[in-house]
Design a protein around this ligand. Structure first.
Ligand code: F6P
Length: 347
């Protein structure tokens, strides 16, 4: 078989580990593997790169993606889908492995449903918001980086008697915020799914300081909407910039807005740290390397068995496969019981 391989959407640690695993297992099954450059753009424009032993050597610990990535959506381009189908046939591909999040895999699911496109998915994203799998690779690394940052902020917060607001990524789900917040011992965590109000957050901080502490750590997810007792709520986004081809606004800035509110309402000196793309850069954690490798091997097996329209997934400790359609139907949000664990330590 001739197997195409693409990485789409925001990069994350572990993409190269999947590329290596898919290629190694495919080679051992006697298949040829070709990289499609820059996500779906590579199939629209026909940008390919054969992958052999030397190309995939040394990839396991390497962050980013050797194939490049983009947020190109063929469904948003004139003739985009036709171009994908034509290039795919013209190159003589038998199958495609798409490594991506809800956007990239949403395109894969649709191509499979509408054109019987022979595609298999691998769930990637630091946001951990894909359904059908307990965890996506990339998340553990982002959570580890955020936890380390919170640990570091603790010591400087304590020295200066300050409130430190840490803004983390996660788009419209609060997985990174909740997990790193619990791990780092945050005193308040604000996430999109369970919006406590600014007044409640400030009350928790005042209670903590009245109880004898003179510093606090607040973790806020970039997608948290500033919510007030009055019922007013406001999503902070970079309004000047347009949406991407999947209709996403560029989030960011809520940490700053929240810090100003906290300082004004409580009088506590407050500083902000926006972790941003640091959460996506660098080498994957061992857990992400292993998960990415297991996903890659599973994806190659699904291709070998011509079991298309499926996505490798983690259920408990087992690697299984689920329908791409199921995985991309709705976002996997943080359940109330997870937020309850975080909340037990507020204030
Ligand atoms: O989906 C991954 C993610 O890092 C989100 O957490 C974040 O909102 C977005 O991508 C940032 O995108 P970009 O790299 O285009 O700035």
């Amino acid at each position: 078989m001739k197997v195409g391989l693409l990485t789409g959407g925001g990069d994350c640690p572990g993409l190269n580990a999947v590329i290596r695993a898919v290629a190694r297992r495919s080679f051992s099954r006697g298949h040829e593997v070709v990289g499609v450059r820059e996500g779906w753009r590579g199939l629209v424009d026909g940008i390919f790169e054969p992958l052999g032993g030397s190309e995939i050597s040394g990839l396991l610990p390497r962050g980013g993606t050797i194939l490049g990535t983009s947020r190109t959506n063929p469904y948003k381009l004139d003739g985009g889908v036709e171009a994908v189908l034509e290039r795919f046939a013209a190159e003589g591909f038998d199958a495609l492995v798409a490594i991506g999040g809800e956007d990239t895999l949403g395109v894969a699911a649709r191509l499979h449903a509408e054109h019987d496109f022979p595609v298999v998915g691998v769930p990637k994203t630091i946001d951990n918001d894909l359904s059908g799998t307990d965890y996506t690779f990339g998340f553990d690394t982002a959570m580890t980086i955020a936890t380390e940052a919170i640990d570091r902020l603790h010591t400087t917060a304590e020295s200066h008697n300050r409130v430190m607001v840490v803004e983390v990524m996660g788009r419209h789900t609060g997985w990174i915020a909740v997990m790193s917040g619990i791990a780092g011992g945050a005193d308040v965590i604000l996430i999109p799914e369970h919006s406590i109000t600014v007044e409640e957050a400030c009350a928790d901080l005042v209670k903590r300081h009245e109880g004898g502490k003179d510093f606090s750590i607040v973790v806020v997810s970039e997608g948290y909407e500033l919510t007030y007792e009055s019922g007013e709520h406001r999503l902070v986004a970079t309004e000047a910039r347009s949406t991407d081809q999947f209709g996403h606004v560029v989030l960011g800035g809520v940490g700053d807005a929240l810090a100003r509110e906290i300082e004004q309402r409580t009088g506590f000196e407050t500083r902000v740290t926006v972790l941003g793309h640091i959460q996506r850069g660098g080498t994957p954690t061992p857990r992400d390397r292993v998960l990415a490798t297991r996903f890659g091997v599973k994806a190659a097996e699904l291709v070998d068995q011509r079991h298309f329209g499926r996505m490798a997934a983690l259920h408990g400790d087992a690697i299984v496969d689920v329908a791409l359609e199921e995985a991309t139907r709705e976002l996997k949000t943080v359940p109330a019981h997870w937020y309850d664990v975080a909340r037990a330590f507020f204030g």
